[in-house]
Write a protein that binds this ligand. Structure first.
Ligand code: G3P
Ligand code: CA
Length: 342
């Protein structure tokens, strides 16, 4: 018998009671859908949030060098984060900026190999990684700019980062500016995938687990569609350009291609509901960057991390100070109550 016929003959109170029961059942099933999503998303971390060493332990050692990555691993970071750029001969290297002059002695070793770039009213000299072969880049000192104690540190290839992490930590590489490299005839996504295939890391079979990040949505789409990647993905957003992605509709679109949203922490400060709204879409939330001594003392940074983990309830965070992450007390401890704003 059709349900509608049954309903029409029932007492109104019974109909109301049944409607309430139906609502309750729907709410419970929605809860279980969210909880199944949370369980099936490897980046949703309610119990052990992810301590991701941003550019290695970069508060203490020159970013992206072996010294910074090793220090992060010794500090207990389960993940190290290499940003990826490319050399002229198509090799992926761990480097944050697309240019070499901030963190190496390129201007001394190759004084003529710059491009003039207009920055507002000023023309500046910049040494782009894609203008140098790997052999040339390997001559650069990537440590002295921070401290003479690190003189001789080299820029690492992605292969070398994988070898360094092997058996000790997982990696969260970020594909930087894939569109700019494509314009130079360099296919970053393809090169990345080939490296992972060579190391048999595409299905997490061997070596470090890989979580991919990018600000470039289409590259994350491409990894899933063209390369059939099932690796966890983090879509990074910042500033005004984030706005279209932060509505419920935008987050639902992010969830079609990523397992986590990686917002600048300023975006959560501006709207802390971003975390629960992302969770509702099945996304983990991993903000960046929690760092001293640039912005905070150690104590202030620990409080800031505590607010992110306990009040905002993010699933992990990128930090230059992975040692301090471990000093955030348990969120359920009342003596450790989070502060309202970091
Ligand atoms: O990848 C997360 C965070 O590192 C993004 O900012 O500029 O430090 O790579 P950036
Ligand atoms: Ca990064």
């Amino acid at each position: 018998m059709p349900t509608s016929m049954l309903t029409n003959r029932q007492h109104p109170n019974r109909v109301i009671a049944q409607a309430l029961l139906l609502c309750l059942a729907l709410a419970l099933s929605l809860d279980s859908v969210i909880s199944v999503q949370a369980q099936s998303n490897p980046l949703r971390q309610t119990d052990t949030p992810l301590n991701i060493a941003h550019r290695g332990a970069s508060a203490y050692a020159p970013e992206h060098t072996a010294a910074a990555y090793r220090m992060a691993i010794e500090m207990g970071a389960p993940f190290i984060e290499p940003d990826l750029q490319m050399t002229r001969d198509g090799v992926l290297i761990a480097l944050h900026d697309p240019t070499l002059e901030r963190t190496t002695n390129v201007a001394t070793l190759f004084p003529q190999r710059y491009r003039r770039v207009q920055r507002g009213a000023k023309a500046v000299r910049q040494w782009f990684a894609y203008d140098f072969s790997l052999a040339e880049i390997k001559q650069l000192d990537a440590g002295s700019w921070l401290s003479e104690a690190y003189a001789g540190e080299r820029i690492l290839t992605l292969d070398e980062v994988i070898a360094l992490a092997q058996g000790k930590a997982d990696i969260m590489p970020e594909l930087k500016y894939p569109d700019r490299y494509l314009a130079q005839g360099l296919d970053m996504a393809q090169a990345f995938w080939h490296v992972l295939e060579r190391h048999r890391l595409t299905r997490g079979e061997h070596g470090p687990q890989v979580v991919v990040q990018s600000f470039h949505f289409d590259t994350l789409v491409r990894l899933r569609q063209q390369f059939q990647s099932s690796l966890p993905q983090v879509f990074l957003v910042y500033g005004d350009s984030a706005a279209p992605w932060l509505s419920d509709e935008g987050l639902a679109r992010v969830a079609t291609i990523a397992d986590a949203l990686g917002p600048s922490k300023l975006l959560i400060e501006a709207d802390p509901t971003l975390v629960s709204r992302s969770h509702q879409q099945g996304l983990a939330v991993i903000p960046y960057t929690f760092a001293s001594p640039h912005r905070a003392t150690d104590a202030a940074l620990i409080r800031e991390m505590q607010t992110a983990l306990c009040l905002w309830q993010v699933d992990g965070l990128f930090t230059n100070n992975p040692d301090l992450f471990g000093q955030v007390g348990p969120c359920r401890d009342e003596s450790n109550a989070p502060v309202a704003t970091p």
